[in-house]
Structure formats: C-alpha cells, structure tokens
Design a protein around this ligand. Structure first.
Ligand code: ZN
Length: 501
C-alpha cells in the first residue's frame, strides 16, 4: 500500500549516501516517510504488510509487555531502517538474527540488521518490549488514556507509538492480528473480528483480526470491564459493541446511539456502496475525553458525546469514515478533507433523510453563520496546515464544498461520484487533487475552479450561482430570507469535539 514519498531534503540526504555507497549498494532508510505536516511520521525504505501483536496488560500497574512481529519488504537495499516507537525495547531480531538498535528523536527506533536487507525481499522484524504507555510522553502528553479499570489507545494522527512499533503513517497500511492477555474479568477490545478467547492461570487472552489494510492510527486497543452486545447486519457482517460498565448517566444514551450501528451502516451502504471491512461495531470506554475516532471497524466514542442524550449523528460520522478515511486514506495529512469533508457531509445527508434539515439548508446555515471577517474563513480545507488539521472549517466549509459540487453536477452524478470513489480507491490512499480529477471524469465537467474556491482560497467565498443550480434554483447562494436553523444543527454541532484531544 505504501507509495514512496520523499521530501526534497530527505532525497538530497539519500543521494549523498547513495553515491559513495554505490559499491556497497546499501543505504539507510530515512526517519520520516516524507509528510511535510509531520516530518518524523513513518519511515522510508520499506513497507509493512502485516503486524502480529502479542500483548499482555496489567490494569493495576499500566504495564504493557509485548512482542510485535512485522512482515516487511525492503523497497531498497537497507543497511539500517527506522521504526516509530516510544516504549522500552529489550530485543530486536531481523530475519531471525539479533539486530543492533538505538533510539533518537521523539519516537525513532533505529534498527541495524545483522545483514543488510535486500531490495524487494521480504524480511521479518521481531521487537520485544515493555513499558507503561501513560509514562511515555511527547511534549508532555500521552495519547494513552488510563481508565479506572484499564487503558485506551485511540488518537489521531498518532497513537501507535504508545503501544506498538510501526511505520506510523497512513501511506503504509497493513493487516493486523492483535492478541491481548488481560487479568480474568477484564476484556480487551480491538479491531475486526474476535477470533477466539481463552483463559489460563487467571488471565484471559483475546485474539482479534483485522484482515483488510489498516492505517496504524486506526489500530485501537481498549482494556477494561465492558458490557458487550453482538449482532449482525442483513448481509451477515458481525457487529460487536462494547460499553464500559461505569458510564454513569451517559450509559443509556451511549447505547441508544451506538446500538444503531447496523442500521446506520446499511443506510451508508446505499450512499457509499458495499461496506469495506470484515466487522462492525463501536466502543464507549470510561474516559474523561470528549472526542470520537473512526478506529477501523470499531469506532471509539467518548461518553461525553452522549451527555445531551442519544446522538446518532456521531455514529453516522465515524461509520462514514470507514469508507472515507479508513478504506480510502489520506496520502499526506494535508489531504484531511478526503476524510472529514465527507464524514461531515454524511451527517448532513442523514439529517436530510431524517427530515431534520436538508444538506442544502445545513450548507446555507453554515455559510451564513460566520461573517466574512471571521478567521474561520482563513483556513483552507484543502491544505489547512498541521495546526488547523482538525479545524471546524475542514468539516463545515469542507462539507459546503461538497454541496457546491452537488449543485454544480446535479444529484444523479453527485451520488454516482460519492458511491464510485470508495470503490475506485478501495484500501488505498488519495490526495485532494485525485478526488477533483475523479469528479471531473465522472461528471465530464471542469471543476478545478469550484474546488479552488471552496478548498484552497482564503476568505469567505462570494456566491456566483453555478450554472446547473441557477436552472433549478437550488444554488448555494445568499438566500433572500435569513435561513432558519435546521433541526439537526445542534446535534451535529455537538459532534464538533470529534477530534479534539
Ligand atoms: Zn471525522
């Protein structure tokens, strides 16, 4: 899944190494995959196809012990390569032989195999480690959330470094087997299908499998005491939801929302096409945070998402990501609109279906809500910058952009695009520009200007009614009368803490 992206500075460094090393024809991999937003994320030189994580966690002490086996393929001859990881490593073996290793930067693990890796040749990497994830901090902060009965790994864009070594960037997706041993009476929830569980000597092991390519930040681990519900969709996909036993007053609203996962997924299949993974569900641990995250097959929801009663809209958002974000992932983090613009727009479509305000009404309201001098309009959803990656503009202006597209190409073509894209790009990565070209291809219309206006031009766009919309009077234009707040607006706004820490 990994397409090599090399930043100019990294390229220069590689060339310097390549020339004198040409006789030895072996070089060091770079400590970043080449993402300008997060230069240390991921690594260059190899691709991971599978992670096998064998873990044990003790909630009382927060001690996580693990053996991670990575199946990799070198993309070049490699005398050294990096992994991203924060816990303490005791041993690394590459192709069975002990490797030398050292740490550097915030989360780099530099691995020097006994014998250099050969280009296009598979290599196994086994890392043994232990540590307390809550004690590993970057800028004074840990993504690992300890709870009264366990711990949770769910965060974007980084969470993997707190619990397993990886090539930590969405460009390098892989399948996952995650096996977790926890004290009897405690459960371990993760991605995909629970293949089996067994108890021995006071410990219970849970074996999870996610059998389609998965980005590292979409791998999740939840340890604690949960009530679990199971079911299946009309097409036979297994559903597994988990709720912490101490959600307090939010318990009812959490279940009244997440138990609708199968229903929401069936509706989304009608909009986006076949569900791309082997399982469905969601989990609500007893964490103090307020965000939700589209962890693959099994989204994470903070209890606070349900503080004002059931909120199905957040379930719609996170499940929409299974197509837009998880199956089709960002190429670089600047392409975040590929995820969030569509997840937000799916909430608008759900509102439209429920008769609580059409997407057009929500777009009009979102447009009218903020004056032209509001800093909101300075954020470019198509390249918001790392500091604004999860800014409200990526969501709301990003969704208005899709309404503008709908008005320009008409409903039939628009929904053809929405359904075609997740198939066209299934299990891969995409840039914003790739979507623009795809929409142009399907609609047979030039759309560069429309997306330039809505995704890349700072300032509040002035409406010039698009041609198609002018005919049908459905233009996204400053309405004659002041728009009224759609019924669904507040529920959707409550989900705005979705990606806040
Ligand atoms: Zn989202």
């Amino acid at each position: 899944m990994h397409r090599k992206v090399i930043a100019p500075s990294v390229l220069a460094a590689s060339l310097l190494l390549v020339i004198p090393a040409s006789a030895a024809s072996s070089v060091q991999g770079a400590p970043g995959i080449g993402d300008p937003y997060y230069p240390a994320s991921g690594n260059s030189g190899y691709d991971v196809s599978h992670y096998d994580l064998r873990l044990q966690y003790q909630p009382k002490t927060d001690l996580l012990e693990g053996t991670a086996t990575l199946l990799t393929t070198a993309k070049q001859d490699l005398s050294r390569f990096n992994l991203d990881f924060g816990l303490k490593v005791s041993e690394i073996r590459v192709n069975g032989a002990k490797a030398k290793f050292a740490t550097s930067g915030e989360h780099e693990l530099e691995v020097t195999p006994d014998r250099p890796l050969k280009k296009d040749t598979p290599a196994s990497v086994v890392v043994k480690y232990s540590g307390k994830p809550s004690e590993f901090k970057i800028d004074g902060w840990s993504a690992w959330q300890r709870t009264p009965d366990g711990g949770i790994a769910a965060q974007e864009p980084d969470s993997a470094v707190w619990w397993f070594p990886s090539n930590d960037h969405p460009l390098d997706k892989a399948t996952f087997d995650i096996s977790v041993n926890v004290p009897d009476g405690t459960q371990a929830i993760s991605n995909g299908v629970l293949q089996s569980q067994s108890s021995r000597l006071g410990w219970t092991r849970y074996n999870w499998r996610s059998n389609k390519p998965q980005a590292t930040y979409l791998a999740t681990l939840a340890i604690g005491k949960f009530d679990v519900t199971t079911g299946q969709t009309a097409s036979g996909l297994p559903i597994l939801n988990a709720y912490s036993k101490d959600l307090g007053d939010n318990a009812g609203a959490a279940r009244a929302s997440v138990e609708r996962t199968g229903e929401v997924a069936e509706w989304l299949e009608g909009v986006f096409g076949p569900y791309p993974f082997n399982a469905l569900g969601g989990y609500v641990p007893n964490v103090p945070s307020s965000f939700a995250l589209e962890t693959q097959t099994r989204p994470f929801y903070s209890p606070k998402q349900f503080a004002n009663g059931a909120n199905v809209s957040v379930v719609v958002h996170e499940l929409a990501h299974q197509w837009y974000g998880d199956s089709v992932s960002v190429d670089g983090w600047k392409d975040i609109w590929i995820n969030e613009g569509f997840a937000r727009y799916s909430q608008w479509l759900w509102s439209e279906k429920e008769g609580e305000g059409t997407a057009q009404e929500l777009a009009d309201w979102a447009y009218g809500l903020r004056a032209a001098d509001d800093p909101f309009w300075q954020v470019k959803p198509g390249d918001p910058g790392p500091e604004n990656q999860f800014h409200g503009a990526v969501y709301d202006r990003g969704a208005i952009a899709l309404q503008a597209l709908r008005n320009e190409v008409g409903d039939e073509t628009f929904f053809k695009i929405l359904k075609g894209w997740p198939t066209e790009r299934a299990y891969g990565n995409a840039k914003v520009g790739d979507f623009v070209r795809y929409a142009e291809k399907v609609s047979n219309k030039p759309l560069a200007q429309l997306f330039e206006t809505w995704l890349y031009t700072p300032g509040k766009p002035a409406f010039t009614p698009p041609a198609a919309a002018a005919k049908t009077a459905r233009s996204l234009q400053a309405p004659a009368a002041k728009p009224v707040e759609p019924k669904s607006w507040k529920k959707i706004a409550e989900t705005n803490t979705i990606h806040e820490h």
